[in-house]
Design a protein around this ligand. Structure first.
Ligand SMILES: Nc1ncnc2c1ncn2[C@@H]1O[C@H](COP(=O)(O)OP(=O)(O)OP(=O)(O)O)[C@@H](O)[C@H]1O
Ligand SMILES: [Mg+2]
Length: 315
């Protein structure tokens, strides 16, 4: 991401009720050009509702949304001109080729040239298949054609609701790479939603966590992973004499399971501390078979803890 961030989308105090149910509660969010931003939340969290409001498919009850500085209520057309997205299945004509579909769509938008069509086709990696009928496309190719269609009019914000749903691993990777490229090279603000943290971890620069219609927090992927590490690293020790080892470790932070000792050391100084522990044990005659750093907490665990506890403090 660039150093000077340009805000593409700004949401403040967004509230929405559907029927009698208050669905979205005071959602705030700022997303920048050049980043992939993820809405991460479990089923029913309010991701689709938020996205529908941003793309103009639903009205908002309260709050403000600005796209490129244009208020969606006061300057609807200018705000909407900055947005491209796929919320429900994009409309495609199966009996037409990919290119014919794009031309068809371009007719409804002003100022989309044939050159621009070729450009977006290239961006989504469909150049060699664009003259085939869409009926022959795989789901992944249709999804990429949908992305091409969504960016024809040079939007600053591209929003995709659960874009990798139903795609196979190869299709997911292709789409992920394209979306990252659109953000990082074309300077678009790409917003995606998902309930899969593993996917967000690979695709996004920052993630906003939504549960029960509330935005719990916005974090960089790094912050999320570091947030729950609590400053300690765990190492597993396999030794020949557990009792003796525990005796030597008295005063240190450790626990045991059936076959191993797990020592916890300060992350800042972990190498020196673990070396000292190993030295003490060996000097006391304990044989060490293995020293294994425990895997750091996965984003998935962080996410589950965040959504259970209503958020974690960072920094
Ligand atoms: N038309 C509607 N009328 C009443 N409630 C609705 C309506 N549409 C959605 N909801 C409710 O709003 C909440 C948020 O739904 P939304 O579809 O935005 O969640 P989501 O995060 O997209 O979930 P998913 O991961 O399942 O797609 C849910 O509790 C849902 O039942
Ligand atoms: Mg949804």
């Amino acid at each position: 991401m660039e150093n000077t961030k340009t805000t593409a989308l700004k949401i403040s105090g967004l509230n929405k009720a559907l029927g009698k149910k208050h669905i979205l509660h005071d959602i705030d969010l700022e997303a920048y050009k050049g980043e992939v931003f993820g809405f991460l939340g479990p089923n029913g969290a309010g991701k689709t509702t938020t996205i529908k409001i941003i793309v103009g498919l639903l009205s908002l009850d309260d709050g403000e949304i600005e796209v490129n500085g244009f208020d969606i209520k006061k300057n609807y057309e200018k705000a909407l001109a900055g947005i491209g997205g796929i919320v429900e299945n994009p409309e495609m004509y199966k009996h037409l080729t990919g290119k014919q579909n794009l031309r068809q769509y371009a007719r409804m938008r002003s100022g989309v040239t044939e050159e621009r069509i070729d450009e977006v086709v290239k961006l989504v990696g469909l150049s060699n298949r664009i003259n085939e009928k869409v009926g022959k496309y795989s789901l992944g190719m249709r999804q990429r054609l949908g992305v091409a269609q969504s960016i024809l009019h040079h939007p600053s914000v591209l929003i995709l609701d659960e874009p990798t749903n139903g795609l196979d691993p190869a299709g997911i990777k292709e789409l992920r790479d394209i979306l990252k490229e659109l953000a990082h090279k074309e300077n678009i603000c790409v917003i995606v939603s998902s309930h899969l943290m593993s996917e967000m971890e690979l695709m996004c620069d920052r993630v906003g966590i939504i549960t029960q219609g509330k935005m719990l927090g916005v974090y960089t992927i790094e912050e999320m992973i570091n947030a729950n590490k609590n400053g300690n690293l765990d190492f597993e020790l396999e030794v020949d004499n557990m009792d003796k080892a525990c005796e030597i470790l008295t005063g240190k932070e450790f626990r045991t399971d059936d076959t191993k000792i797990i020592v916890s050391v300060d992350v800042e100084n972990s190498k020196a501390l673990i070396a000292e522990i190993v030295r003490d044990l060996v000097n006391a005659g304990v044989s060490i078979y293995a020293v294994t750093p425990k895997e750091n907490k996965k984003l998935e665990d962080v996410f589950i803890e965040m959504t259970n506890s209503g958020g974690v403090q960072i920094g």
